[in-house]
Design a protein around this ligand. Structure first.
Ligand SMILES: Cc1cc2nc3c(=O)[nH]c(=O)nc-3n(C[C@H](O)[C@H](O)[C@H](O)COP(=O)(O)O)c2cc1C
Length: 123
């Protein structure tokens, strides 16, 4: 924690990039009510630079897509994103939780418009 990561791989280059970024966009399919293992693995690498990340107050956007369309399917992931924002001092500027979005033709236009508008309004 708060030092050079013990893992000597490309994760360190990624951390360096994150620390010089203005905005991070976390994108994931929903797997068993949470983020994908791939995204979680990236996130876990943040631990080596926890305090530096907290001090940056990085802008963050969260985007998730899930097959089901019931109102609770995103609740666990919503909570996870909320607590990450608080803990890592993120400045959250957008969140798209696309339900009923198992494959491209299922995705509602409203979600696509939200993504378009978010990108367009990035400064
Ligand atoms: C391992 C796995 C777990 C999944 N878990 C859920 C789930 O909990 N709820 C749900 O509605 N859909 C679930 N799905 C469906 C995915 O959310 C949905 O199909 C997603 O768009 C898949 O994205 P991908 O094709 O990029 O993997 C799951 C799919 C996989 C492969």
């Amino acid at each position: 924690m708060n030092g050079e990561c013990i893992q000597k791989d490309d994760g360190n280059k990624l951390l360096a990039k994150i620390l010089e970024s203005d905005c991070l966009v976390f994108v994931t399919p929903v797997y068993y009510f949470g983020m994908s293992a791939q995204l979680k693995t990236v996130l876990d690498r943040f631990y080596a630079r926890n305090m530096m990340i907290q001090r940056r107050h990085l802008k963050v956007i969260y985007i998730a897509a899930v097959w089901n369309d019931d109102s609770t399917v995103m609740s666990a992931l919503d909570m996870h994103f909320n607590i990450l924002t608080t803990y890592l001092n993120f400045n959250e500027i957008g969140r798209i939780m696309a339900r009923g979005a198992g494959y491209p033709s299922m995705i509602r236009q409203s979600y696509l418009k939200m993504a378009y508008d978010l990108g367009k309004n990035l400064k």
